[in-house]
Design a protein around this ligand. Structure first.
Ligand code: FAD
Length: 365
């Protein structure tokens, strides 16, 4: 981080793919910027996901700007390969990532933003918040009432079936994580999947889809289903409420793997999960595939709306000049929290971040 003391032009909080793509564009503009990231290594957000995970976006869409993903364009890389690619990307473009730095507070003083972490502070004229949409696991409150003998974990803590005890598993939620984890655990455990899928891609996911269908899905997710189009404004609230459709898996794959569908989980009674039909299945394990909350409680509430969420359009904060957001679910488009969406949105934001009046003045400030 060498000479990156004093007032920075821009500070990026979060060094996942979104923060790195942003860094690439800021580097091209020769700004003085720094990326603060809590993890020890670039790519760790992917390394921490479950062992068998592969990305559902084909390699041709997994590259960040300036460095196409080095794999067969129609293949779906394993998550650790993507993590290593991100790590090499940061090295290749000499992106200044300060690892092991979790920003605990962010506030504004005059025309500067101040970030604080573990006794250190950084000052910048602009801030891009790229801390990820999958920040804090969403788990129903009644989960704490489950009998302690039941192994329970959230999808973000799931790695492989070896973490589970013998006996039935209840997978709660049939989003992309629930469907994929449900298929995996069905191979080793009797499995119930609770809830309803929010639709599915009407074709088989694979090389042929990567060639013909996923380009259309990508186009729709970036350019059609966004808050600037009437069709996007109509579709986004429903997608927000019901979750994105299944991309790689189908509910029939779950059935073929032996999983049994049950109604949603509504509570806990006597330590056992209660389903919407009143049944109380006797399970040994529960995996909450119930999604995530974005988490901005570390930011000064004055920078957020009354619900603690960004007040922004297309990533540009509405009433905090110099504050930007990148990579939140449905922020601008349906694809805003995926690799292609984040890269596109980063390019857009790079044009919106004010250029210092004089670069020399910024350098000597
Ligand atoms: P992250 O990768 O989460 O990076 C954010 C970084 O910010 C992390 O390193 C985090 O530690 C750090 N951070 C957070 N808070 C702070 C703080 N206060 N201070 C400092 N650092 C902080 N998308 C696709 O395009 N294709 C896929 O195949 C795909 N598969 C997915 C599979 C799963 C299971 C999940 C959950 C998501 C998937 N996504 C996929 C969606 C998305 O692309 C990824 O979640 C991606 O990791 C998001 O990148 P990001 O940079 O926005 O966030």
């Amino acid at each position: 981080t060498n000479d990156l003391t004093g007032t920075l032009d821009t500070m990026i909080i979060g060094g996942g793919q979104a923060g790195l793509a942003m860094g690439y564009y800021l580097g091209k503009q020769q700004r003085r910027f720094l990326i603060l990231d809590e993890n020890a290594r670039t790519g760790d957000a992917w390394r921490q996901r479950w062992d068998s995970l592969r990305v559902f976006t084909p390699a041709k869409y997994d590259g960040l700007p300036g460095a196409p993903f080095p794999a067969d364009p129609l293949s779906f890389p394993p998550k650790d390969v993507l993590a290593d690619y991100l790590e090499r990307y940061a090295e290749q473009f000499d992106l200044p990532v300060q690892h092991g730095t979790r920003v605990e507070r962010l506030w504004r003083e005059g025309d500067r933003y101040i970030a604080a972490s573990n006794g250190h502070r950084w000052e910048a004229r602009n801030v891009v918040v790229a801390t990820g949409a999958e920040r804090s696991p969403r788990i129903p409150e009644f989960a704490s009432l489950l009998d302690p003998s039941i192994v329970q974990l959230h999808s973000s803590a799931y790695r492989n079936p070896g973490q589970l005890k013998d006996g039935p598993v209840l997978v709660v939620g049939i989003g992309n994580s629930g469907a994929e984890i449900g298929i995996e655990v069905s191979r080793t455990h009797p499995t119930l999947v609770a809830g309803k899928a929010g639709g599915e891609l009407p074709v088989k996911h694979g090389r042929a889809a990567a060639r013909f269908v996923l380009p259309l899905v990508r186009f729709a997710g970036l350019h059609v289903l966004n808050v600037a189009t009437p069709i996007g404004r109509k579709a986004i609230p429903g997608l927000r409420a019901h979750g994105a459709p299944l991309i790689r898996t189908k509910t029939k794959d779950l059935a073929a793997a032996g999983a049994r569908f049950v109604p949603r989980v509504t509570g806990v009674d006597n330590g056992r999960p209660v389903l919407a039909d009143g049944n109380r299945p006797d399970v040994a394990n529960v995996i909450w595939c119930t999604g995530f909350h974005a988490e901005f409680s570390w930011m000064d509430p004055a920078l957020l709306d009354d619900g603690g969420m960004p007040r922004q359009y297309r990533g540009v904060a509405l009433d905090s000049p110099g504050l930007f957001f990148l990579g939140q679910d449905f922020m601008y488009a349906v694809a805003s929290a995926t690799l292609p969406g984040e890269c596109r949105d980063a390019r857009y934001l790079a044009r919106k971040i004010p250029v210092p009046v004089s670069r020399e003045a910024a350098a000597s400030a």
